[in-house]
Write a new protein. Structure first.
Length: 128
């Protein structure tokens, strides 16, 4: 049963649980728990979209389609996250939390690693 669940969904559930249970600790160290929860949801949604693009490309007969899908989805994810950071900086110029932005980047990297690892495991099984 657990093997059928997407690792990105498991990561989302794990990070959400940690963020919700450690809310007071995060606040104590200067983090905005609401921003981090929003970041987690935002990157999760983008990851689901890019995983959908990549999984569709795995089963295509041309292997170049898969490579283009992976690279294109990573570019989409990076541009959307960069735009989100720029919007955040633009709207809250005086109240920018560098700790929260670094957590945003950390979440981005964690989701990216999980997504790539998951799609490569699926690619081995699909073309074997």
């Amino acid at each position: 049963m657990l093997k059928k669940i997407n690792p990105v969904v498991i990561l989302f559930a794990l990070l959400s649980t940690i963020l919700l249970t450690c809310r007071n600790i995060l606040f104590k160290y200067g983090f905005d728990a609401d921003f981090l929860n929003g970041t987690n949801i935002f990157i999760f949604c983008i990851s689901l979209l890019t995983m959908y693009i990549q999984v569709r490309a795995i089963y295509h007969t041309n292997p170049n389609v898969f490579v283009r899908a992976v690279m294109g989805s990573m570019l989409i994810k990076m541009m959307v996250c960069s735009a989100a950071v720029l919007i955040y900086v633009g709207f809250s110029y005086n109240d920018i939390s560098k700790k929260d932005l670094f957590c945003f980047m950390l979440f981005y990297m964690i989701y990216l690693f999980t997504e790539v690892r998951s799609i490569m495991n699926r690619n081995k099984k699909a073309n074997a």
